[in-house]
Design a binder for this molecule. Structure first.
Ligand code: GRG
Length: 279
């Protein structure tokens, strides 16, 4: 299989040339960490499947993630001007094009999945998971809670925002990988639980990085600090937050070790890398 950058960059090769395609490609190829597609490939690898069957789904998840970042950066949302080390999409292009680029990435994601030649019940299972995790009962619900500050006073309320806004899109590739590997509902739900923990830990890490690293290091502006948002780190303090992150990743490793027929070595290596991330 080609490397992840080649796979993601080729996603829009068949799309009509236009300003909106340029704008989609600008953000899609801006050098994200590619954690979500890599998680999908790790699940397939662990179950001994040919990783290349995951390509349409890996592209789809990265497209949806990229669309969410483009829309999140818009003036009507966080109004950020730096993302992945570059001007945000609406700064580089314009607001209308950035909205269309997000819409285009979201729609094209499901077109990519339609190209899969895996058994139809598995493909359909993935469509159900991805649309639920990205949609109004998943990431969009999280974003809806996030833009309403009255929903974020307590630790539990903040965790709920993280679970939906961040966790759902990290659970989706794990769950899709399990479905494509022929796992049943119970195991797919168990992967969802792993994704929830990665999501919570990932977001707390993000909040720690926001106060310990510069915008230049991170390649993105820190609108949470600008908007004086309540975060887990502000509520618990940095030390307790770091402990919480370690505990959550330890739980993930332990759960991954318990999946029958799953060789967890490579996935656990990836979890170690996510835990050590500096951006
Ligand atoms: C606006 C539809 C809509 C949804 C917004 C995902 C999201 C919901 C907003 C993005 C802002 C944000 C801080 C989300 C939390 C998840 C998160 C930490 C995203 C950044 O993911 P990384 O670190 O980014 O994987 P890269 O750039 O590496 O891909």
């Amino acid at each position: 299989m080609e490397n992840i950058e080649a796979i993601i960059s080729a996603s829009l090769n068949e799309v009509q040339e236009s300003r909106v395609r340029d704008s989609m490609l600008y953000s899609l190829t801006a050098g994200g960490k590619r954690i979500r597609p890599l998680l999908l490939f790790e699940v397939l690898k662990g179950y001994g499947k040919d990783e290349s069957i995951g390509i349409p789904f890996a592209r789809a998840i990265e497209m949806i993630h990229t669309y969410s970042l483009i829309h999140d950066d818009l003036p009507a949302m966080d109004n950020d001007d730096l993302r992945r080390g570059r001007p945000t999409n609406h700064i580089q292009f314009d607001e209308a094009t950035a909205i269309l680029a997000g819409d285009g990435l979201l729609t094209e994601a499901f077109h990519q999945i339609s190209e899969s030649r895996e058994p139809a019940d598995r493909v359909l299972g993935c469509v159900g998971i991805l649309s639920e995790m990205a949609g109004p009962s998943g990431m969009i619900y999280g974003q809806c809670l996030d833009i309403n500050e009255s929903d974020q006073d307590t630790f539990e309320e903040i965790r709920r925002v993280h679970l939906y806004k961040t966790g759902c899109l990290l659970s989706a590739p794990l769950m899709m990988g399990a479905v494509l590997s022929g796992q049943g509902e119970e195991i797919v739900n168990a992967w969802h639980e792993v994704g929830n923990r990665i999501g919570l830990a990932f977001q707390i890490q993000d909040d720690i990085l926001d106060i310990t690293r510069t915008a230049e290091d991170l390649g993105k502006s820190n609108s949470d600090a600008r908007n004086d948002k309540v975060t887990v780190v502000k509520l618990l303090g940095e030390e307790a937050s770091r402990r919480n992150v370690s505990e959550l990743y330890a739980e993930c490793r332990s759960r991954m070790n318990q999946f029958r027929g799953f060789d967890s070595a490579s996935m656990i290596h990836m979890v170690d890398q996510i835990e050590a991330r500096m951006k």
